[in-house]
Design a protein around this ligand. Structure first.
Ligand SMILES: NC(=O)c1ccc[n+]([C@@H]2O[C@H](COP(=O)([O-])OP(=O)(O)OC[C@H]3O[C@@H](n4cnc5c(N)ncnc54)[C@H](OP(=O)(O)O)[C@@H]3O)[C@@H](O)[C@H]2O)c1
Length: 255
């Protein structure tokens, strides 16, 4: 591997961590305007389903292209990394957007464009490291405690995320557009178990890949979703007088 490529990778890692820090600070003052926090003043809009597909599709395509361009297509560990990644992203970009409830809602094109750019860079970071720059791991890695523990965490987070999104999807009857209090599963403890599940997934992915790219993505997810969970939580408490008082925002019993 050329030293210039390695140094470019590390430059992107540090720059991306800097952008995550700026995002985290900005989200203390600004709430991303989509879903219940949608508002005018953010430029042209597009259909929400199209917005979600546009935002998330680079995360499917970019690592897939890197995998097939690499010389690791016959490597079991590289294939496992790819399949675990795609388990999340095929759902998020190609299934989840078509199951959204609440009618023909829209989102700002600027938000979709930011999501697209994020997933382009993140897809590059994951694909470049896992299939080119990182060590080529042999099949014994699949029995390593880091891989097994990370995979268990990833699957637990994925299950929590899926179940929590499923609960939300079934709150509205066909044609309904409002909001209700979700109950059951992770909602017994927090307002945003879907975000908590997402965080656990990417912590697991960082562990199972043992990679700087995985850690950066986990930190980015936290920078984005922790402030949004807090905003959702406040919103629930203001909107519903009977909102369960013991529920936290995103970390059970703590926050
Ligand atoms: N990795 C990341 O950084 C990242 C970033 C963003 C999102 N995500 C993931 O993407 C998924 C969606 O995120 P999101 O921010 O759109 O989640 P969200 O605000 O919880 O909304 C998810 C869906 O459920 C509906 N919904 C939410 N609360 C509801 C309620 N109380 N009553 C009725 N319907 C309700 C929403 O409708 P409305 O659209 O009408 O509000 C939306 O269709 C989540 O699984 C999240 O983890 C990941």
């Amino acid at each position: 591997m050329l030293p210039a490529e390695v140094s470019l990778y590390w430059w992107v890692v540090y720059a991306w961590l800097g952008v995550a820090a700026v995002t985290f600070i900005s989200l203390q003052f600004i709430t991303a305007p989509y879903g219940r926090h949608m508002r005018t003043g953010w430029g042209p809009t597009l259909h929400r389903t199209a917005g979600w597909v546009l935002m998330e599709i680079p995360a499917v395509i970019v690592p897939l292209v890197f995998f097939f361009l690499s010389d690791r297509t016959g490597n079991a560990v590289a294939l496992a990394f790819l399949l675990i990644w795609q388990l999340h992203y095929v759902n998020r970009s190609l299934i989840y957007p078509f199951r959204l409830t609440g009618g023909n809602l829209r989102m700002p094109l600027s938000i979709a464009a930011m999501g697209f750019f994020f997933n382009l860079v993140n897809g590059w970071l994951q694909g470049r490291y896992l299939f080119f720059l990182g060590p080529q791991l042999d099949a014994t890695w699949l029995a390593d405690p880091r891989f097994l523990g990370g995979a268990a965490l990833f699957l637990a987070g994925f299950a929590l995320n899926q179940h929590s999104d499923h609960v939300l999807r079934h709150l509205r009857k066909p044609g309904e557009t409002g909001y209700k209090i979700p109950f059951g599963g992770g909602y017994r403890f927090v307002s945003c178990p879907n975000y908590l599940g997402e965080l656990v997934e990417w912590a697991g992915f960082a562990l199972l890949t043992w990679s700087p790219s995985g850690i950066v993505f986990f930190l980015w997810t936290a920078a984005n979703l922790v402030p949004r969970a807090r905003t959702h939580h406040r919103w629930y408490r203001e909107k519903f007088a009977d909102y369960p008082p013991e529920r936290r925002a995103i970390v059970p019993f703590l926050y």
